[in-house]
Every structure is written in C-alpha cells, then in structure tokens.
Design a protein around this ligand. Sequence first.
Ligand code: NAD
Length: 503
Amino acid sequence: MAVQHVPENLPERIQHFIGGEFTDSIDGDTFGVLDPVSNENYLEAAAGKQGDIDRAVVAARAAFDEGPWPRMLSRERARVLNRIADIVESRDERLAELETFDSGLPITQALGQARRAAENFRFFADLIVAQSDDTYKVPGKQVNYVNRKPKGVAGLITPWNTPFMLESWKLAPALASGCTVVLKPAEFTPLSASLWPEIFREAGVPDGVFNLVNGIGEEAGDALVKHEDVQLISFTGESATGKLIFANAAPTLKGLSMELGGKSPAVVFADADLDAAIDSTVFGVFSLNGERCTAGSRILVERAIYDEFVARYVQRAENIEVGNPHDPATEVGALVHPEHYAKVTEYIEIGKTEAKLAAGGGRPAGLESGNYVAPTVFVDVPPSARIFQEEIFGPVVAITPFDTDEEALRLANDVRYGLAAYVWTADLERAHNFGQGIDAGMVWLNSHNVRDLRTPFGGVKASGLGHEGGYRSLDFYSDQQAMHISLAPVHTPKFGVGEEDRG
Ligand code: NAD
C-alpha cells in the first residue's frame, strides 16, 4: 500500500475568479475532485456554465476595452510578468506539492514543471521588450509598417498533464501580448490553477485581465469556445476534442491554436550511442507517468542491435521506482484519475493480444490501490497493432524492429499523429536526412525532449494546427495591422472623368 502525503491547508472548495473577485457558479453547482492515490474526493470545485463564462468574458472584455493592460508599454507589462515569475519561483515547492497531490506526478518532476512555468513568464517578458516589427520602404513613394495589436479576449483551455506549466505556456504569451484571458483548466486537476489569482494579484495584474472559470469541458469549455466575444482559443488536449472545438469555433470565426495528441517515434540505429539512447528512450516514455504529449511511445530499433536493446531496456523498465508521488525517489507516480487508469490498463490488455509483453503489464506488486501502473514494455509490436497506432498516454511503450532506413521512415510516419520524433545515430548525414523526412512538428537528434523556448512548438497531421513557441506565440495573440503611408502623390486612375483624361 502506497503511503499518502496530504498537503497542509488544502482548500475544501475552489471558486471561479472573475473580474478580480472569487465567486461561486451562478447556479451554485460544483463538481468533485479526487486525488489519484486515495481516489477519494477531497475538494469541490465551482462548476462553470454558460452564465459564468458570460460573466468572465464581460470582465475580460471590459479590461481589454477600458483597462490599462493592452495599452501599457511593453517594459511595464514585462515588469509584471517578471514579478509573476519571481512569485512562482518563490512558491515552487508548494506548487509542486499541490500539483503532485492532485495529479499524481512524481514530486521531483512536478518541481521541474513549476520552475519551467516561471521561466515561461520570464521568457515572454524578455521577448516583448526586445520585440521589433517590420517596416518596408518603397523609396520615394511609400513606407509601410506593422502596427501590432493584442487580439482581444483569449480563451485558454488546458489539459490535466502538467497542468500548471501548460497553463503558464498559454498565459504568459497571451498576457505579454496585451490580451485579456479566460482560463478553463482541466476538471481532473484544478488545484494548482487556484493559485494563479493570488499570484497575479500580488504581481500587479489589473482586475479583469485574468479570469478563471472551472468546470467540465462540455459545459464551461464549450461555452468559451462558442462565445461571440472571444477572439481566439488556445487549446491543448486530445485530437478528438480539438476537432470538435474546431467545428464549434467556426460560426464565430475564431483564431485557433491546437496542440493535440501524439504517438511519437524514437528511432534507434545500430550506430547510436546505445547507453545514451537507452537512458533517453526510457526517460522519454516513462517520465511524467507517460502522460506526456511528446512521449517517445514507439521505439523503432535497427535489427542488428534489437535483442541487446530490448534486453537492456526491459531490465531498466523493471527497475523503475513506482509509488507514492510525493516521495523524491519515485520515478513513476499514480495516473491522474481512475477513468484514465481504466483506459491505460485496457490498452495493456489489448496489447497482450497484439504483441509480446516483456515488462510490466498491470498493477505493480505491493500497490493494491491508487492508479498505479507498472512501466509496461511490449516488444515485436506490429505496425497494425492498436498499441502502435493509438495514443495511450501512460507508462506503456511499443518496441518494433526494422531492417533499413526506408522501412524505419515508413514505420515512423505510419500513424495519424505527427508531434515529436527522436532519432539516434552517429551518422550526421543520416540524422539530418532521416529527421527531415519524418512527419513531425519537432525532431530531436540524439536527445530526449529538451526545448529552447524560442523554437517552434506544435504538431502536424492529427497532432495539431499552428505553431506556438517564441515569437510565434506572440503572433498568435496579436493582430498585425499593415499601415501604408505615401511619401509622394499617388498615381490614381481618374474614374468618371471621361476616357481621354482618365490617365
Ligand atoms: P481533453 O481533450 O479531454 O481535455 C482538454 C481540455 O479540454 C480540458 O480542459 C477539458 O475540460 C476541455 N474540453 C473537453 N471537451 C471540451 C469541449 N467540447 N469544448 C471545450 N473544451 C473541452 O484532453 P486531456 O485528456 O485533458 O489531455 C490529454 C491530451 O492532451 C492527450 O491527447 C495529450 O497528447 C494532449 N496534450 C497535447 C499537448 C501538446 O502540446 N500537443 C500537450 C499536453 C497534452
């Protein structure tokens, strides 16, 4: 039985935060939130509906139309963003403690995510201060410049894996751009998001700029997507939800950024540094409990090293520490929710009929309750298998051998997703050529997911639409108005003066 760490001073209920005030839902409705170790409800969260979203959008709109935020100098907004980063950093341990309790993420990894959240604010603070926009000169005739303007009210809809960090990933560029926002966090994990209001208040974010509405996706999320006065939606979540949101946003023609699911390949060639490749591919799928969009959940291994790779990989997977998420020694904690646990374990049962189980395969010994899954390795997985094709989003990996580069590329691209890919080889030409051939938004050569915040982030195919990351995020939250100035009289054909004088 895993030991349970319960943080002190846990709230028993959490509210919305609208126009600078904490508030319940208009109809008083709430939903229960459980922790993934005891699977018992420890919290009631306000369940937002259409009326609550309406209130939040009105507050965000007023702050946008009348408040100082969109009109501030970049330096002033950057100061506030840096204060947010300072506060997040100063509370990283509390944040990680709450995140771990609510989501089941191992504490050391939750701490890393809290620090990354602070870094997101610092990064976008730097970016807006250093930002320049284009001007175009037509000598003697015209000068044109770009007038960048925040888009308006941004709806931010986030998933439950690394909740606080992913919220920061949207909040930082949206606020940096001068937008006002309505955040709808994932209903499985609303606890850490309940810290944002105080953080923003202390940092000096004006009332109405940041609004938080908790609730169920199909209710609060849906109302936000369909709201006429919301100019854009930044969504991270499942591909199926993304498709629905795309359709629901069409009647109000919103800007959309879609960060969706993945089934990313890690391709290991025989000439790779095998020690490093094993470290990396083990971490790449089992970190964050495998609940990671960029997880390298399909490992393709060149036949010449396949047996050795599998033997070593399985040994490592079997040694992974699974247990109490709050224990710093834990490497894989508890999956977020019993519903997700049921989904992951169902895939494991499917996998047993499709391929050879080499490690794990269910609940680890000694952990009879809580959403624990032993790191699970399937080998000799055929590309037609569902565990090769479908996103499981848990500590489950499919390993498949290949014989040639062509076959490896075909296998790498043979899924509907295209988020990330990892290529392991010592051959420079192959690394570039192979990497460039993969249908993925992001490719790492001889590395797991280590990302510079300036680089594009996003997927292709069913993994997403649009790229955020660096200035691309600022572009998403801004309009770029083209201003055309004439420097000399403009030749204008004179309509309505008769054929001879028309010019
Ligand atoms: P999900 O799609 O079930 O939910 C995500 C969010 O959308 C939640 O806040 C939910 O309440 C809301 N939602 C659900 N239905 C909605 C609707 N009809 N209208 C508006 N909002 C709605 O996803 P999840 O299970 O929370 O997260 C896991 C998924 O997220 C995985 O597929 C994972 O790959 C993906 N993900 C992608 C990235 C990326 O950057 N590409 C990052 C993290 C997670």
